[in-house]
Design a protein around this ligand. Structure first.
Ligand code: ATP
Ligand SMILES: O=c1ccn([C@@H]2O[C@H](COP(=O)(O)O)[C@@H](O)[C@H]2O)c(=O)[nH]1
Ligand code: MG
Length: 244
């Protein structure tokens, strides 16, 4: 499963500057910032009348998605939308789907796509920002297709934090934030769901040339130095060429 993503690591297109930085950082770069100017699909969502720049952030439980998103927000001004946090907020609000969401999270299962996509859509629409990190979504092919149907726009890029299973389990079990799913039984289920349902989504984006695979091992700082050039390249291109 893991090998398929790795074998697709061809480096295609980009400005020389950003490509060099990405290569030096060891980023697995796959035409996410292709030199062919691509007009993004006309989406049904446009905060401030602008087409948003959307990054999906994927990886197994504890791979460091939330931690790195916080760093990207701080450095590059993105808005972080964690699908898990949006769902946990519904539990907190005791909304009509709250009890169902709590059960799904306790069991490590995937909440119905329509529920999650509507929360993401609402969060994007109510933001004044036009660049987003959507963390922990899509979890499965059905999530992905529902997102495309409702939002009407594919992500611009997809980050995948690649981390060994033992390290992810160690991080989750020592997270200590009182999450109902941070226990060994639920973690085993989350890992199973990740491998069977989430990896096919990751491979889908690899095949579309949108995937940037980041080595998720090492310190938080070391990982961020692998992430930084991805967004530095995006910022350079959007500043100088007006490309999203
Ligand atoms: N590079 C790292 N080295 C050691 N610990 C880390 C590293 N990055 C994050 N952590 C810690 O590991 C735990 C999980 O990280 P984080 O919450 O960012 O993962 P996640 O991918 O968002 O997980 P989940 O999918 O379960 O929400 C946190 O306690 C975090 O502080
Ligand atoms: O798109 C999503 C995102 C999350 N879930 C459920 O929430 C938990 C926790 O998610 P984190 O990303 O680890 O915070 C996940 O195990 C699922 O149960 C979801 O259903 N759909
Ligand atoms: Mg998280």
């Amino acid at each position: 499963m893991w090998r398929r993503v790795t074998s697709l690591s061809t480096v295609i297109g980009s400005s020389k500057l950003s490509l060099l930085n990405l290569r030096q950082a060891g980023v697995n770069f796959q035409e996410a910032f292709s030199s062919n100017v691509q007009t993004p699909a006309e989406g049904r969502i446009s905060p401030n009348g602008k087409t948003p720049f959307i990054t999906f952030v994927l990886g197994g439980p504890g791979s460091g998605k939330g931690t790195q998103c916080a760093r990207i927000v701080e450095t590059f001004g993105f808005t972080h939308l964690s699908a898990g946090d949006l769902l946990r907020h519904e539990i907190f609000l005791n909304s009509e789907n709250g009890a169902m969401i709590l059960n799904a999270i306790k069991e490590g299962k995937i909440v119905p796509s329509e529920v999650t996509v509507k929360l993401i859509k609402r969060a994007i629409e109510s933001s004044v920002n036009d660049k987003f990190l959507i963390d922990g979504f899509p979890r499965c092919e059905e999530n992905r297709m529902t997102y495309e149907r409702i939002i009407g726009k594919e992500p611009n890029i997809v980050l995948f934090f690649d981390c060994p299973q033992e390290e992810m389990v160690k991080r989750v079990l020592s997270r200590n934030q009182g999450r109902v799913d941070d226990n060994i039984d639920t973690v085993k289920e989350r890992l199973k769901v990740f491998k069977t349902l989430n990896l096919p989504v990751i491979n889908y984006y690899a095949e579309k040339g949108k995937l940037l695979k980041i080595d998720g091992t090492g310190t938080e700082d070391e990982i961020f130095e692998r992430v930084r050039p991805v967004f530095a390249a995006w910022r350079y291109r959007s500043k100088h060429f007006g490309l999203v």
